[in-house]
Design a protein around this ligand. Structure first.
Ligand code: IVH
Length: 676
């Protein structure tokens, strides 16, 4: 019996790895989610009964944990991770091809053209088909052991199928990336939490992979592409063949690799991807050109820094030159004051640009910016154009003709309070948290936002009108509004006023963790709010929490801890919380249902999940549905209560749902309706 169970564990692991690979690497589904979950549950149960069979590479271990707060170990690379020679010039690429031909004494050498992924490089070591170590590039000689974090990147194979024929030991290198979709979602979330956005997906991927919590890594949905196999045990002649093998073993290898035979074809590849790369789901910043034949590589060898058999061609960021007219300042929800360059309109990467972010005071100083300067504006992978330099050749020759030097504002452009800069921070802040309109409006906007109290009927325009007319000054004032205050608030009539009141009333039922998030405590995002709510169970307890206690909670670091203490130390905030309590908001964590651990809001409902989601993975939604008393169904039937539909729900499902008259709920509507 026990032997049978052990065999089943191995069988289930192999099956689930295969299904995972199909889904995350090959973008196909081999079985329904329901069946997948059933197998996963079966494996979980068997593993729990056989702790001696524990395996860090089991498909059950792909879940992040908040607990691994240890530092990363430094690991020396068996083979140094070299960097490549870089160029921005097509002529130099042709010269590279010429050098290769000359060095080998032959013409038409096969060149493998690949995209240059813009993330951070990673080295994975496999033994007997199992992932044993993942290490960052570091300084090229040694890097950080980030194995626990890499395990939760779904497209990274944890175990290679036994029949794939992979060698006993091999190393594979590639790039960890944050896809654009994950990047945009993450920045949106950070903005709501008052955290600075990541400038580009590379920084985001790098910050994420080095996170101390693998749960954070899992949530942020990284991806990985592989481009170099290091192994003496396989007998193939070319790099391209190596990559095909890697693909066969289950690694994600770019579909856009091409082996070409001349410098002209290399240029064609470069030219094609200059524009085509904009449609890819991940950021790329160039192409990498590699001699394909491995023996030729050997013959060409290395310079002191990089191999002679490869070169990286980088695409120039789109750049334009225009005249700086003025610098204005914007005050954000958190009080941060951002300088904005106002320029003569200029065409940049297909759009007209008139404004660019100047980031902060240091940036203005560094550029030594003067009004009337000609400035260079760039748009790289980033969305917001940046000023990257001043065209000094075109600055007026005579000193008296140079425009006024730009000096950072000293008072808030809105409330005229003197600005402050905190030690060690690049940002400048307006400290008038409760007297500065954009900050106050921002707090209210955050409070009503979808992930906070979800009062959808009140938008920024209404808040503007209500605030400017003095009908609301803070979030607690929302609960004193009467219909007469709202009628015509934004030019609307009684019906929409009723809608707003209903939204406000319904928000009183939103769970405690949403209230914690809605307060807009600096650095307390959705996840931290949930953690705090679960730990303290009530607003009273959270109010009284000390820094030490807060920091001891997994997932709450010193920055959040300090911010929470400061928030509740402020008399103004304590009063606000008192008023919200009096208004009837949920100030306690709801007692968990005896065994399920969650409010049974989905009791008796049969739900079909389809597509992919933004906030949680499909697996998380399935688990959530079960915890809340619902049942997951694998296919639509007349018994189905509704369909939880993400991106890319199959058309046949939609047709069937419509035929049976079954409601299709979006992710947002689902979370909203059931207060999840
Ligand atoms: S090959 C010795 N291929 O670009 C050659 N690198 O400076 C090893 N990169 O550190 C690298 N896409 O992080 C290679 N298709 C690709 C790549 C790629 C991105 C990164 C990698 C490396 C840097 C080269």
């Amino acid at each position: 019996m026990i032997e049978k169970e052990k065999e089943r564990i191995l069988q289930l692991r192999e099956l689930l790895h295969r299904y995972n690979r199909a889904y995350y690497v090959d973008s196909t589904s081999l079985i329904s989610d329901f069946e997948f979950d059933a197998l996963m549950h079966e494996l979980e149960a068997l593993e729990a009964a056989h702790p001696e069979m524990a395996d860090p590479n089991s498909p059950t271990q792909r879940v992040g944990s908040d607990l691994n707060t240890n530092e990363f170990q430094t690991v020396v690379h068996a083979v140094p991770m070299l960097s490549l020679g870089n160029t921005y010039s097509p002529e130099e690429v042709t010269a590279f091809c010429g050098r290769v031909e000359e060095g080998l004494g032959r013409k038409n050498v096969d060149i493998c053209c690949e995209l240059k992924f813009d993330g951070l490089s990673i080295s994975l070591v496999y033994e007997h088909g199992n992932l044993v170590r993942a290490v960052t590039r570091g300084d090229g000689t040694q890097g950080d052991d980030v194995t626990n974090n890499v395990r939760v990147i779904k497209s990274v194979p944890l175990a290679i199928p036994a029949d794939a024929g992979c060698p006993e030991h091999f190393e594979i290198r590639g790039e960890v990336l944050m896809p654009w979709s994950s990047f945009h979602a993450l920045n949106e979330e950070r903005e709501i939490a008052g955290e600075p956005p990541f400038a580009n997906p590379r920084n985001a991927a790098s910050g994420t992979l080095k996170s101390k919590s693998s749960a954070v890594v899992e949530r942020r949905k990284l991806d990985a592409y592989f481009y170099q196999l290091i192994c003496d045990e396989i007998d193939v002649a070319t790099h391209h063949e190596q990559l095909l093998l890697a693909k066969k073993w289950g690694f994600k290898v770019s579909e856009h690799i091409e082996v070409v035979h001349s410098a002209e074809e290399v240029q064609e590849y470069i030219n094609h991807w200059d524009t085509a790369r904009r449609d890819l789901p991940v950021a790329t910043d160039g192409v990498v050109l590699k001699v394909d034949n491995l023996a030729f590589r050997q013959a060409l060898g290395m310079t002191s820094k990089s191999p002679r058999w490869a070169i990286a061609y980088k695409y120039k960021a789109d750049r334009a030159r225009t005249l700086l007219r003025a610098v204005t300042y914007q005050v954000g929800r958190t009080g941060v004051v951002t300088p904005v360059a106002n320029m003569d309109p200029v065409l940049l990467a297909g759009t007209i640009v008139k404004r660019a972010s100047l980031h902060n005071e240091d940036m203005i100083e560094k550029l030594d910016l003067h009004i009337g300067d000609f400035v260079f504006v760039e748009k790289a992978g980033e969305i917001i154009p940046q000023i990257v330099g001043v065209d000094l050749d075109h600055r007026a020759a005579a000193p008296e003709e140079i425009g006024e030097k730009v000096r950072f504002a000293t008072v808030c452009p809105v409330c005229h309070t003197p600005l402050t800069r905190y030690e060690g921070e690049a940002g400048t802040y307006c400290p008038a948290e409760y007297g500065c309109a954009p900050q106050m409006k921002g707090k209210i906007e955050h409070f009503v936002s979808r992930d906070a109290m979800g009062i959808n009927s009140i938008g920024p325009k209404t808040i503007d009108v209500l605030y400017d007319s003095g009908r609301i000054r803070d979030i607690a004032d929302l609960f004193d509004l009467r219909i007469s205050d709202l009628c015509g608030a934004d030019g609307s009539r009684e019906r929409s006023a009723m809608n707003m009141l209903r939204g406000i009333e319904e928000s009183k039922q939103k769970p405690f963790h949403k209230v914690v998030f809605a307060l807009g405590i600096r650095f307390v995002g959705k996840v931290a709010a949930k953690t705090l709510a679960e730990h303290f169970k009530s607003m009273d307890a959270l109010c009284e929490a000390g820094e030490e206690e807060l920091q001891a909670i997994p997932g709450i670091g010193p920055v959040i801890g300090k911010s929470v203490v400061n928030y509740f130390r402020d008399e103004h905030n304590r009063k606000l919380v008192e008023r919200l309590t009096a208004a009837g908001l949920q100030m306690r964590q709801e007692e968990k249902g005896a065994e399920s651990g969650a409010p049974q809001v989905l009791a008796g409902l049969r739900i079909v999940i389809s597509g992919t989601f933004e906030k949680h993975s499909r697996e998380e939604y399935k688990a959530l549905i079960e915890r809340c008393g619902g049942k997951n169904q694998s296919s639509i039937s007349s018994q189905t209560s509704f369909i939880l539909a993400g991106e890319g729900m199959g058309p046949s499902k939609r047709v069937k749902a419509e035929k049976l008259g079954i409601e299709i709920l979006s992710e947002a509507d689902f979370l909203e309706r059931y207060g999840l």
